[in-house]
Design a protein. Structure first.
Length: 448
């Protein structure tokens, strides 16, 4: 391995784990190779006018974003490929969805709150490195020690990697003295009609949502965070996901799910701060102070009955969704983003958009919204049935889980789409507010 620049994290154990709470960035240098990248002499320049590190920092500051330490130090990651880890809100919530998802749920194996604090301190330090495209730990060149970083992302860009952390309702069950800090409406989701939930895809004390434009980068992040958790937490379940890549769809259109329909057309505008405060971000009187600036994540693993769907006529499919497959527009309209007119009728007096279609029920009267950030998944073949185990990793963010519950109750009761799917996994997590530089994930909860 070459001795290229990295964020060095002091450590004292054979695994190379960084000490909890060590967020310092030490001994950073600009290698000749990285200088060539910055100046464009290697042909991989950052196209910032040859201004090097200063131009990166200026561009970041002009865009109103913090300058990640990795970019400021001239590491191999391009500025456009890095999403800052530190900030008011966690990245990976209103961030435009990257190409790939690797979601992990963890169970804590300790009963000491101090162990949980140390784990989140170590995860904070590692996350700052992982999202900036650098190796974690300081024992990656010592032949007498196991490398601190597993190495499969060495030399790769950050690929817009984001890491989003949260805690499940089980964390407040009394083991850690946090029962009094549980938000009032933060509980596991109620049972919905038609649920076929399996414990192997449900629940968890902690979660990490890793998203990136490269699957190896996302997997690398989860693998190394799980490694740092040894002795304190173990993986409960993981699920990978994907959507169409930017190169496959340069226009950046709405992604399609595995049923062939556009997924996420009705999402609220994430650039509207007022709307995000009313729909996504917890704050003020919404709940406890430790969640101010955070959001609640609802996840459902939805298996599609693809083989049945594939034998359905196009007209049946479009009536099921209430939208045209090709354009994504509501039935009777041409524009994908046209307003749903649930009162329109055809010449015979029938509603143009069936009242029990997925779009109609998800929309309701429009008063309740949430932010969808879903991915498709494929887990190969179901050996019991010989059919594909594929579907949707449904993820939504909202300031109160009641938003998701209200919409899902409507869908579970009447949605035409229920014929073609089964919910096999379910989990909810309270995703912390953002982390300030020098701070720790979840410190408002664990130390406040």
């Amino acid at each position: 391995m070459t001795k290229k620049d990295k964020i060095t994290l002091s450590h004292a154990d054979a695994e190379g784990s960084p000490p909890a709470g060590d967020n310092s960035l030490l001994r950073q240098k600009i290698s000749r190779r990285d200088m060539l990248r910055l100046t464009g002499a290697s042909g991989l320049g950052l196209l910032l006018g040859g201004g090097g590190v200063g131009s990166i920092m200026a561009a970041r500051q002009a865009a109103g974003r913090a300058v990640p330490a990795a970019a400021a130090s001239g590491l191999s990651a391009g500025a456009a490929d890095t999403i800052p880890f530190y900030g008011k809100h966690q990245a990976g919530i209103i961030t435009p969805a990257q190409n790939f998802l690797c979601f992990a749920s963890f169970d804590l194996t300790t009963s000491r709150l101090s162990d949980v604090q140390k784990l989140l301190q170590a995860w904070t330090t590692a996350a700052a490195a992982l999202t900036s495209g650098t190796l974690i730990g300081s024992a990656n060149d010592n032949p007498n020690l196991p490398p601190a970083d597993t190495g499969e992302a060495d030399g790769l860009t950050p690929s817009k990697c984001t890491l989003t952390f949260g805690v499940g309702p089980a964390l407040f069950d009394g083991r850690f003295g946090l029962a009094g800090k549980r938000p009032g409406s933060f509980t596991e989701l109620p049972a919905f009609p038609g649920d076929s939930l399996e414990s192997r895809w449900s629940g968890g004390d902690l979660c990490v949502q890793a998203c990136a434009d490269d699957m190896q980068v996302a997997f690398h992040a989860i693998r190394n965070l799980a490694r740092l958790a040894r002795g304190t937490a173990v993986l409960r379940w993981t699920q990978e996901g994907f959507q169409r890549s930017g190169s496959a769809d340069p226009s950046g259109g709405t992604p399609r799910n595995l049923l062939g329909f556009k997924d996420g057309t009705g999402n609220p505008d994430v650039t509207d701060d007022a709307k995000m405060r009313s729909i996504v971000w917890s704050g003020g009187t919404d709940g406890p102070a430790w969640m101010n600036g955070g959001s609640y994540l609802a996840l459902r693993r939805v298996r599609f009955r693809i083989e049945v769907w594939d034998r359905s006529s196009l007209s049946d499919q479009e009536a099921t969704f209430g939208r045209h497959r090709q354009s994504g527009a509501p039935l009777g309209a041409r524009d994908e983003f046209a307003k749903l007119d649930l009162t329109a009728t055809d010449a015979g007096g029938k509603p143009v958009i069936p009242p029990d279609s997925h779009s109609a029920l998800a929309h309701g009267d429009g008063s309740i919204q949430m932010l969808r950030r879903s991915y498709s998944y494929s887990s190969g073949m179901d050996l019991k049935t010989g059919q594909l185990d594929a579907g949707l990793v449904f993820i939504s963010f909202q300031k109160d889980l009641k938003q998701f519950v209200t919409i899902q109750q409507r869908l579970a009761a009447n949605d035409r789409l229920n014929e073609y799917m089964a919910h096999t996994g379910s989990a909810v997590f309270a995703c912390f507010p953002g982390v300030r530089e020098g701070g720790t994930i979840g410190e408002q909860l664990l130390e406040g």
